[in-house]
Design a protein around this ligand. Sequence first.
Ligand code: NAP
Length: 327
Amino acid sequence: MSEGDIYDVVIVGGGPGGLTAGIYAMRAALKTFLVEKAVAGGQVAMSDGVENYPGFESISGYELSQKFLQHAQSYDIEFVQEEVVAVEPGLDFHSVKLANGNLLKTHTVILATGGSPRKLGVPGEDKYYGKGVSYCGVCDGFFFRDRTVVVVGGGDTAAEEALYLAKLAKQVYMVHRRDALRASMILQQRVKDECKIEVLWNTIVTEIKANEEGVDAVSLQDTQTGEQRELSTDGVFIFIGFIPNNQLVPAGIKMNADGYVITNEKCETNMPGIYVVGDLREKYAKQIVVAAADGCTAALVAAHYVEMKKSGEAVCELPEDLLQEAQ
Ligand code: NAP
């Protein structure tokens, strides 16, 4: 980038949504800048296996992420690893501020910042993070070979991670607060069939305990009887959902009560030229394929917006309800 450049689109976030937006933006000949603060692929890069992305019966999350990145880079996209500190909407241009002090001016912004693991909020969770508490089986599972681990949660992520950890650990206790898993039926069946996994139903973790070597136990409570007990474990893996990374969403953009950005089917927010894709967007299915589809949609809509803007035509095509919020 050079000073004075005005981008057609700045994409914030390099997960499946952001990278797909990058591919479509480059193919639409938009002057594109993609900024990602960590690794390309986002959450997907940390996933052990992906089995539901069409065209790949089974592929590691890291490998799939690398394929997305390589595809985007085949168009010579400007991809920079840097943190974004603010997105500031403007009348003529929007601005994206980077942590290194650079300021990008752009006609449109696609926010693809995804989400982060939700925390349990129990004593010991923060204190023993990295000392037995983890939010990523693929990253940390290796340290728990032939040991005992607790997996907290009952959704797809918890089930997938419990199955992954069962390949390494001696014993996996899956602690779930209800009497039925939320995970898809195929994952539920696999959990049931895996003899190293024991599901502790109607149970919550109330405290994580440690000795000088790291985590050594969790306190559990039965949600029906209130009964408390202690369970020895070497690690605690927490997968209880997800909170949207909405810190960069400019004030005035409409979000729901859970902090997900409300868009229309074109991924338009209530602010012209600002789009949201992937897991940050309020929608039914948080899936890689949906994030990728969002990225495609937002890039095509942005291309149309930029073309209209440059030709001097009116560009506000937002539906009435979203437009009112923008004013
Ligand atoms: P999720 O579907 O929201 O499940 C979260 C789980 O954690 C639920 O079982 C929930 O219990 C439990 N939970 C939430 N807060 C808790 C707390 N404070 N204490 C104890 N337990 C708590 O989250 P996810 O599994 O991360 O999945 C997120 C999205 O990604 C979902 O749409 C999922 O389908 C998708 N995903 C898909 C795949 C795949 O298709 N391969 C893989 C991973 C994720 P309750 O059930 O009682 O609410």
